[in-house]
Design a protein around this ligand. Structure first.
Ligand code: NAI
Length: 255
């Protein structure tokens, strides 16, 4: 039990990578507060954890809205009385050319992927500083923070900003024992990366990613559980001397 007695918030925990992180943390003894956009997905994810004997609280929340992010942290403290780990995982991808992409889509990507992490971190850090027990923040970034793909500029920019948030917060919060790290997944098998059932623009974009997949040295997509394993490491005592790092989990794609 590597997180016995700890409390974590995981955003975007309704499915995919966030859900895998929440389930693994719960198996390691952590009480988990799961946040996602819809009540249905967050309830299902929390029920799976409690059904397996873990502790979980479902909170539908849109992290891009500051007041909902603050309420999320408030609900966690109300339910469990402490907060040790925040995993900023909620993210969206909207493909589109820089010029033609509707302004709303461009802003939505930044609001969720970057501002959402900022809102949650500010609320969590305020409490962590007051409690004086340190803490961990883990930002789920992407290899897109470091490399560009056609039609993905908004997403690339949002993840580049998130990596800088990781580094800047790591330096600012180090004196308080709050360690801040990131994970940069490559091509992970989730609903964000499905090819069927998406519109034509997305299909083109994903086809280009599939061509890119041939360049994955491990020659396969990653599984959400393989990202969760690294999040567990970063949340655990074993990562006590790591801060400001962004660890690739990409089968070698970024090498
Ligand atoms: P997904 O689309 O399967 O799940 C995303 C989750 O985030 C859902 O539960 C959704 O409800 C939630 N969410 C979306 N907007 C939200 C908001 N405004 N407030 C609260 N929750 C919100 O995505 P996936 O693949 O699990 O991605 C998770 C993270 O990993 C994202 O930040 C994504 O950018 C990143 N990532 C994913 C990769 C992949 O290949 N799947 C690769 C690199 C990074």
């Amino acid at each position: 039990m590597r997180l016995e007695g700890k409390v974590a918030i995981v955003t975007g925990a309704g499915r995919g990578i966030g859900r895998a992180i929440a389930e693994l943390f719960a198996r390691e003894g952590c009480a988990v507060v799961l946040a996602a956009r819809t009540r249905d997905e967050v309830d299902a994810a929390a029920d799976a954890i409690t059904g397996a004997g873990g502790r979980a609280l479902a909170v539908p929340a849109d992290v891009s809205r500051r007041e909902e992010a603050e309420a999320l942290v408030g609900r966690a403290l109300e339910a469990y009385g402490r907060l040790d780990v925040l995993v900023n995982n909620a993210g969206i991808f909207r493909p589109g050319s820089f010029v033609d992409m509707p302004r709303e889509s461009w802003e939505e990507v930044l609001r969720v992927n970057l501002c959402g992490a900022v809102h949650c971190a500010r609320a969590a850090v305020r409490w962590m500083l007051a409690a004086g027990r340190g803490g961990r923040i883990i930002n789920i970034s992407s290899i897109h923070a470091q490399r560009a793909e056609p039609l993905a500029t908004a997403y690339d920019v949002s993840k580049g900003g998130l990596d800088q948030l990781t580094r800047s917060l790591a330096v600012e919060l180090a004196p308080h024992g709050i360690l801040v790290n990131g994970i940069a997944p490559g091509f992970i098998d989730t609903s964000m990366s499905v090819v069927d059932g998406v519109n034509e623009l997305e299909t083109d974009w994903f086809r280009s990613v599939y061509v890119g997949r041939r360049k994955i040295p491990l020659a396969r997509a990653g599984q959400p559980e393989e990202v969760a394993a690294v999040a567990l490491f970063l949340a655990s005592e074993e990562a006590s001397y790591i801060t400001g790092a962004v660890i690739p989990v990409d089968g070698g794609l970024s090498v």
